[in-house]
Ligand binder design. Sequence first.
Ligand code: AMP
Ligand code: ZN
Length: 530
Amino acid sequence: MATSDTVQVLYNTEARAAKPFVPADPARVTFYTCGPTVYDDAHVGNFRSFLVADVLRRWLESPLCTLRTESGDAHRGPRSVEHVMNITDVGHMTEDDDADGGGEDKMEAAAKRLLEAKKSGKTHESEGVDASDPRAIAAFYAKRFIDDATTLGLKVAIESWQRADVMPHASTHVETMIEQIKQLESRGFAYVRGDKGERAVYFDVSKLDDYGRLSGNTLDNLRGGAGGRVTEETQAQKNHPADFLLWKEDERHLMKWPSPWGTGYPGWHIECTAMSLEILDPKNERGEIDLHSGGEDNIFPHHECELAQARGVTGNARFARAWVHTRFLRVEGEKMSKSKGNFYTPRQLMADGHQPAAVRLELIKTHYRANADFSKQGLTDSARVIDRWRRFVEKGRASGTTGERNAEVADAFAAAMHNDLQVATAIGVINSWINSCDAPTRADAALLAGELDPVLGLLERDVIEAKQEGDVVWLPGVDPDPAIEQLVADRKTAKKSKDFARADAIRDEIQAKGLTIKDVAGGKVEIGRA
Ligand code: AMP
Ligand code: ZN
């Protein structure tokens, strides 16, 4: 059972150990997550990584979460978490995940794919998008990503409708990348190769005596293992096979920017060093952030390279205080990936009638450091769990008994989460509580809906919708708001009693709040953002 001195423990990839997570300022945690490359719709595998980050963020914000401070004290929540998740729309090459810049820009590859789809005459989701323009394609898939992420309750996406800088696009931060490359060059961490017109700037990994410390790679291993991964010509240019690209001069590239090394594009890794430090540590006061997350494939090369760059830029030996990596979601034992074609997207699943909360639960219910297997049966089971939780909350709210907060359940939930986010155990705590409690009280409903669920993010929308007879459909980007629900209900009453002037006045009042209101099928009202 948890005691008040339990503190948050997280497995830190860099330390190769589970350790208390100690941010620089326990009241304001800074957190960067590597986001999607917007060349296609994100699949549920990608979303597993993003949702793990979301649960971690929500948990750190929770009043139930206690952190150890630098002085060894305990800091109890709530606290604020500044969470940034980028959108990659430039520089991510098709072979980047195994090597250092081979292949083709993923956005340019997407442009070809869309052009082929157009030529084939088949209907395609990208109808109306200029298939020759990588920026238009990026904007199209970025919008779909934010819609999907909002539907699945990813807080950073919901927040991005108000504050776009929490989901920055790499292509709008190239200036900072250039500044950082200049710093790396002037400090001896970068060198330029090639003739004018095809220059390349590389990071010199030999300048760090422990390059490889995040992933456990050694420079000798990388020297041996690098053959064949990049063209011999590129390899011959570099001092060491593990040196990686910071800038490539290339006039023919569709997305290009002027730079001291000619017109071209940045390497993929520098974008995250630039966006994380610029947004989360704008004046480089700390020279580090508290948390950094991604999928397990990000450990090497992407995060190893980010760490190397950040060390060169800030002079701080550390970049992130803790690195959290999510294991892959698999389908029948194989990695779910776009190249294998064995993937589902959240929008496909929702179009098939699966509720967003069930998709979310299915993706968060396995411990993040265990491989999870995706199945339709799992989705059905998750939907059943959510129904039971929802009924429990409704019953508790309708009960005539106030009751007392069940501290034992809250403590057991917190103990599971403090222990490296054992979400499966935390869910088990809720399930056994519900099993053993036939007559939930109002305090029980408040504990589940108001304290525990906000960490998992499963009931929040459904409960609000169910509560007011399903009158309001909240469009992506609008958080359910009881004050608006009340206005919608008043408008309905006014219409019923044929007081149209009053109904119109209420509509105007809703619109004046920057919202749209539309009557849709089934007597429902859609509320969106103007
Ligand atoms: P990408 O759009 O390819 O840049 O990937 C976005 C994020 O999804 C990265 O953090 C990847 O590590 C993660 N990812 C990709 N495939 C999977 C998978 N099958 N399971 C979990 N995470 C994944
Ligand atoms: Zn990244």
